[in-house]
Design a protein around this ligand. Structure first.
Ligand code: KIV
Ligand code: NA
Length: 276
């Protein structure tokens, strides 16, 4: 298939071909997604939950994101890698934002960055794109705004909020973003936004009319069980499979059923005898 590029994002929308995205945070997972034909991998700050056991994304650092980006990059051949900019790494001013975006490319080996926010982030998006770094926008439920929203809940149900989201999408497109994530917005509002912008929309909890979809890998594999949003579909129940495997190991070791002969190394009997 070859490397998926930001140009391929744009071509996909023109050709009505849906874009597939998932998150990954490590080498093995990235390898599995890449081998399975995913178009693009987001190294999301959502790693705060399944990887770090936190209950929000607010404490994730640049260093942590760069570490996970490098791990993912090692496992990827074709997928476009998007690095998720953490809270407070693009909010102070555009200089800091550009410098931190640059680190995702140079140190994290990402191909693009993502940041949260609409109209008020347009200048930041523009500055990063001017530095030749592709930017993915993210509007709707932006988890870094949890303390302003007062929780994780659907956005854009009221008329004024819906209008604001349409304007946000248009502002992010005008600023030069190559795609935009729509998170937890009503399906028909996501459809309207997808029609109004020419860049692809990537939905999560935003219905089937988006130009692409993304899910958190631990959610869709059924690995993470602390909290499962309404928009998650579990394509596997890996937590159960893994628990069974671990329980089998525990009982076989206790019963001396593992390891068996085929798992062991031999040595010369005469040498052994002399050791006794
Ligand atoms: O961090 C993340 O995984 C995200 C996606 C859910 C869009 O931002
Ligand atoms: Na994120």
């Amino acid at each position: 298939a070859g490397k998926f590029t930001t140009q391929a994002f744009s071509d996909a929308k023109k050709n009505s071909r849906k874009i597939t995205m998932l998150t990954a945070y490590d080498y093995t997972m990235a390898q599995i997604l890449d081998e399975s034909g995913i178009d693009s991998i987001l190294v999301g700050d959502s790693l705060a939950m399944p990887i770090q056991g936190k209950d929000s994304t607010l404490e994730v650092t640049m260093e942590e994101m760069l570490y996970h980006c490098r791990c993912v990059a090692k496992g990827v051949r074709n997928a476009l890698i998007v690095g998720d900019m953490p809270f407070m790494t693009y909010h102070i001013n555009t200089d800091e934002a550009v410098r931190n975006a640059g680190r995702f490319i140079q140190e994290g080996k990402a191909n693009a960055v993502k940041l949260e926010g609409g109209k008020h982030m347009a200048d930041t998006v523009r500055a990063i794109v001017r530095a030749q770094i592709p930017v993915m926008g993210h509007i709707g439920l932006t988890p870094q705004s949890v303390n302003i929203f007062g929780g994780f809940k659907v956005q854009g149900k009221e008329e004024s909020a819906a209008r604001a989201l349409v304007e946000d999408a248009l502002a992010i497109e005008a600023a030069g973003a190559f795609a935009i994530v729509l998170e937890a917005v009503p399906e028909m509002l996501a459809k309207l936004i997808s029609e109004k912008v020419s860049i692809p929309t990537i939905g999560i909890g935003a219905g089937k009319y988006c130009d692409g979809q993304i899910l958190v890998i631990h959610d869709m594999l059924g690995l993470y069980s602390d909290f499962t949003p309404k928009f998650v579909k579990q394509y596997a129940k890996l937590r159960g499979s893994m628990s069974e495997a671990v329980a089998s190991y525990v009982s076989e070791v206790r019963d001396s059923q593992f390891p068996e002969i085929q798992h062991t190394y031999k040595m010369n009997d005469e040498i052994l005898e002399r050791l006794y």
